[in-house]
Design a protein around this ligand. Structure first.
Ligand SMILES: [Zn+2]
Ligand SMILES: [Zn+2]
Length: 196
């Protein structure tokens, strides 16, 4: 029984990993499925860089899905495995939310953290048709949308706070081999000069 419960938990984790990819790729970016509420929030995330949909919306949707799935799932596979599956799904969902936000707000502190930032910002700034997975490259590899990040070129107006060394105003030395900060476009600097 405990083996079945652990298996259900692992399948829940894997289910979120797949949903993370599918929701992002299709609801977030595919013209066939746009507009939709997730897509609207996601487009704003891309447009503004530091925008995230309100947490209360995410909690509400997560609780709604959990409530919807709980009864059919526990009736089908039993209470233990059903609850374990939902726990794996929601734990991985929460992990994804935290990791995604931290990729934008904090520098990576491990090989995985540095990998995740390159992978995700290649999606933001190199090609939004690639690298839809945020916590892993698994489904991008499976579905052929993986792109090796190479050097990520970050437009000045979208620069993440952690990317820039406050002393020099340039890209931090420890990520300067993987990230390049593009200069402000001439037009806007001219406007700034006029306004000043
Ligand atoms: Zn993002
Ligand atoms: Zn996206």
């Amino acid at each position: 029984m405990i083996g079945f419960v652990l298996l259900a938990f692992a399948i829940g984790v894997l289910t979120w990993s797949l949903l993370e990819y599918l929701i992002h790729r299709f609801l977030g970016h595919h013209p066939k499925f746009l507009p939709n509420p997730f897509g609207a929030e996601h487009m704003r995330h891309h447009r503004e860089g530091d925008y995230f949909a309100p947490t209360w919306k995410k909690v509400l949707v997560a609780l709604g899905f959990t409530a919807l799935l709980a009864w059919p799932l526990t009736s089908l596979v039993g209470v233990g495995p059903g609850v374990a599956y939902l726990a794996g799904l929601m734990l991985m969902y929460g992990t994804y939310e935290v990791l995604h936000r931290r990729e934008h707000t904090h520098a990576g502190i491990s090989a995985y953290g540095r990998w995740a930032r390159r992978h995700h910002f290649a999606h933001h700034f190199s090609d939004s048709r690639c690298n839809h997975g945020v916590t892993s490259p698994l489904w991008d590899l499976v579905f052929g949308t993986y792109r090796a990040p190479g050097t990520v070129r970050v437009p000045a107006k979208f620069r993440m706070a952690w990317l820039v060394d406050p002393k020099t105003g340039t890209v931090r030395a420890d990520v300067s081999d993987t990230f390049v900060l593009l200069p402000e476009p001439k037009e806007s600097s001219a406007q700034t000069t006029v306004a000043a």
